[in-house]
Design a protein around this ligand. Structure first.
Ligand SMILES: *Cc1c(COP(=O)(O)O)cnc(C)c1O
Length: 353
């Protein structure tokens, strides 16, 4: 892929690393390329970060043809920059694209473009403990017409944002509300695709949970509201009586790269791991009997997020006395250790710049 690079003439000041937050500060450049049915992907370019100009009838504004990814570049102690399993993000983006009838990306060339972009922006990767450079690739339908159909034109962009440590105040277990009214996705729908529309539809439950002091919702399946699916923007795992259980990928769950990595670590270390259906009844029984030992969410942003309380139909259950459990801590230490280069990567997950 031939990438033209236009450097900004007005580079921004690097931010104060102690006040980064999430996704509020953007780097000096962005990667872009255009698709049309006739020409395929063309005009790969790294340009100064700026507002987009799109036609008011652009498909994405009316019919939600949008997919995205999220991954991070990590600053190691030796100050080199590295990425965690970036090819998996590109593969997943292509599965999302297939679902939404958006054009797929050439895998190897897109990885090359991503690495080139990170190389250009690498000085923006913060140095402080737990911080990283968040990368947000996204792709949207961009036909200039109101007809409803698979698009003939699309735009692919990667932007980057230096982000703070998710756990600036230490790892505090979160409180989760089990949602039994709204659903996030159904089999046959777009649950397994990382698309903006899924988020738009989940905000209402998230807002309701927040009003009651819960940080995210745990979704149940869209047909019976019986089986556990995932938490907000994270997959979910439970340790029940020594067995680690996570919902199987039924089609309505987002196949997380952190989820996959947790499973690979746990299996390699000989833990008993099951990907299966887990009903809310089974979980409730485990909470009543005290056999639910640990619960945690997993996703790129937080890596591992211990769950300290679950609320279902108004009933509150503490998990592990509201403290982080042993397996949860072990997974957190292992994954973050590999990501920031403090632990040797035995899995071949790391891509150095
Ligand atoms: C992105 C995402 C996840 C986590 O995926 P990772 O690849 O681990 O970051 C889980 N659930 C939803 C709904 C997501 O959008």
């Amino acid at each position: 892929m031939n990438i033209t690079i236009t450097k900004t003439t007005t580079p921004k000041q690097k931010p104060d690393e102690s006040a980064l937050g999430f996704g509020k500060i953007f780097t000096d450049h962005m990667f872009m390329m255009d698709y049309s049915k006739e020409t395929g992907w063309t005009n790969a370019r790294i340009v100064p970060f700026e507002n987009l100009s799109i036609h008011p009838a652009s498909t994405v504004l009316h019919y939600g043809s949008e997919i995205f990814e999220g991954l991070k570049a990590y600053r190691r102690v030796d100050s080199k920059v590295q990425l965690f399993r970036p090819i998996e993000n590109i593969r997943r983006m292509n599965r999302s694209a297939e679902r939404l009838c958006l054009p797929e990306l050439p895998e190897e060339e897109t990885l090359e473009a991503l690495l080139k972009f990170v190389e250009v922006e690498q000085d923006w990767t913060p140095y402080s403990e737990g911080t990283s450079l968040y990368l947000r690739p996204f792709l949207f339908g961009n036909d200039e017409s109101l007809g409803v159909h698979a698009v003939s034109n699309a735009t692919f962009i990667i932007i980057a944002s230096p982000v703070g440590s998710y756990y600036a105040e230490g790892i505090n277990p979160v409180k989760i509300m089990i949602e039994d009214e709204d659903v996030r996705a159904v089999r046959g729908g777009t649950g397994y695709a990382k698309c903006g529309g899924n988020y738009a539809a989940s905000n209402r439950a998230g807002e309701r949970a927040a009003q009651q002091g819960y940080s995210q919702v745990l979704w149940l399946d869209g047909v019976e509201r019986k089986y556990i699916e995932e938490v907000g923007a994270m997959n979910v795992m439970f340790k029940i009586d020594g067995e680690i259980v996570t919902p199987m990928l039924s089609g309505s769950i987002l196949p997380g790269i952190t989820r996959m990595s947790c499973l690979e670590v746990l299996r390699k270390e000989g833990y008993k791991v099951s990907e299966r259906l887990l009903s809310i009844d089974e979980l409730e029984e485990a909470m009543e009997k005290g056999t639910l030992e640990e619960a945690w969410g997993c996703g790129t942003a937080a890596v591992i997020s211990p769950i300290g309380e679950l609320c279902y139909k108004g009933k509150k259950y503490a998990v592990n006395n509201g403290e982080i459990g042993e397996t949860t801590q072990h997974l957190y230490d292992t994954l973050t250790g590999i990501q920031w280069g403090k632990i040797a990567d035995e899995f071949g997950w790391i891509v150095e710049l």
